[in-house]
Ligand binder design. Structure first.
Ligand code: PMP
Length: 394
């Protein structure tokens, strides 16, 4: 069965991690893999998470099965965090706990295909590299829509709307809820409202990937686009992740939230979601979600976590400003857009060959697409990174 297999193509991002480890330079900087790092370049466990983990060890009385939907409190708290306190919206929503945001995306894809075997999913161009592979694996037909122009660092908003006019009922249209990966540029509230109008006309369903809530302008502000769509449209799917904003990456903590036209339709749709989970991994892992539910449900821990998120956001936006300042006047390209964009990622708009030069000549490791993880910058390395970019971009 296995003897005739050829060597598989390596995963580019995992390959990047290895190349970084193998780089002997003392000046090496990792701006590749999408992990938030603090001002010392570390990705520590949050203090609130440690506290909640201790509480869990002390109080957990059983490891018995829960259900395919996972932790009930976690699911409610997640819906409230994303949708806000609007009772009408909450009543027509349901959520299930999933293994990370990736698990939520895959369950949503499988679910959509079950409901509509000819389902198409519209993906922004560019988008997170795994979207296309993951949703193709779920059996959906992938269509790309223009989203962001790398050369001018702006949204191609007119082209986006034009492309979305070709959607139809039963299609999914994927948007990044905030902090677009890799573009760093999101629609503003007026643009979200215009998107909602187009989808209201075509009948397609928005499918939101929310992996960076709180990293842009704040927990509520970052959910604004979703809430604008939710207020205007009858249905929506939201695949969310706590990997980044709780730094729980390896614990696999995510959720799939659905919005239906009313509470009865939402409960029914939820019932159809459960067999999709049951025939896949049966039930999500408990630990990370129990930790998140404890923190979100406890006023003191929650306030401390919100302060942590504000700290991470402030550091990311601060490093953006420092990189812009360090590059000012040193390159033919104006990198001012980096300071206006949001989230962990930005596209430098350089060629794969220049990305390679950053690595081989300057030990600055980024993806060949020219994407940098801004959260990998520190006061100690931002000058070196700016020098490297200036040398390569001229
Ligand atoms: N969506 C986007 C846009 C992401 O950047 C990521 C993580 N890199 C994910 C989803 C997946 O998150 P998780 O690790 O929770 O599966």
């Amino acid at each position: 069965m296995f003897s005739d297999l050829t060597a598989p193509a390596p995963d580019p991002l995992l390959g990047l991690m290895q190349t970084f480890r193998d780089d002997p330079s003392a000046d090496k900087v990792d701006l590749g893999i999408g992990i938030y790092k603090d001002e010392h370049g570390n990705a520590p466990v949050l203090a609130t998470v440690k506290q909640a983990e201790n509480w869990l060890v002390e109080t957990q009385g059983s490891k018995g099965y829960l259900s395919s939907a996972g932790n009930v409190d976690y699911n409610r708290l997640t819906r409230e965090l994303i949708l806000g306190q609007d009772k009408g919206l909450l009543a027509r929503s349901q959520a299930i706990q999933t293994p990370g945001g990736t698990g939520a995306l895959r369950i949503a894809g499988d679910f959509a295909r079950r409901l509509n075997p000819g389902c198409r999913v519209f993906l922004p161009d560019p988008t997170w590299a795994n979207h296309q592979a993951l949703l193709t694996a779920a059996g959906l037909e992938v269509v790309r829509y223009p989203y962001y122009d790398i050369a001018t660092a702006t949204l191609q908003f007119d082209q986006t709307l034009e492309a979305l006019r070709a959607t139809r009922p039963g299609d999914l249209v994927l948007f990044h809820g905030c902090c677009h990966n890799p573009a760093g540029a999101d629609p503003d509230p007026e643009q979200w409202a215009a998107i909602a109008e187009v989808l209201a006309q075509t009948g397609a369903t928005p499918f939101i990937d929310l992996a960076y809530l709180g990293f842009g302008d704040g927990l509520d502000k970052d959910a604004q686009g979703i809430r604008i769509l939710a207020a205007r449209l009858p249905e929506m799917l939201i695949a969310s992740s706590y990997s980044k904003n709780f730094a729980l990456y390896r614990e696999r903590v995510g959720a799939l939230t659905l919005l239906a036209k009313d509470d009865v339709a939402a409960a029914r749709a939820h019932g159809h979601l459960l067999p999709v989970v049951r025939t896949n991994y049966s039930m999500p892992p408990d630990h990370g979600a129990a930790v998140v539910a404890h923190i979100l449900g406890d006023a003191t821990l929650r306030a401390a976590w919100e302060a942590d998120v504000a700290g991470m956001r402030g550091r990311i936006n601060g490093m953006r400003a420092k990189l812009v300042a360090a590059l000012d006047g040193r390159t033919t390209r104006d990198f001012g857009f980096l300071g206006k964009q949001r989230g962990m990622f930005a596209l430098l708009g350089i060629t794969p060959a220049d990305a390679e030069r950053l690595r081989t000549e300057h030990h600055v490791h980024i993806t060949s697409s020219g994407r940098v993880n801004v959260a990998g910058l520190t006061d100690g390395n931002v000058g070196h990174v700016a020098n490297a970019i200036a040398a390569v971009c001229g």
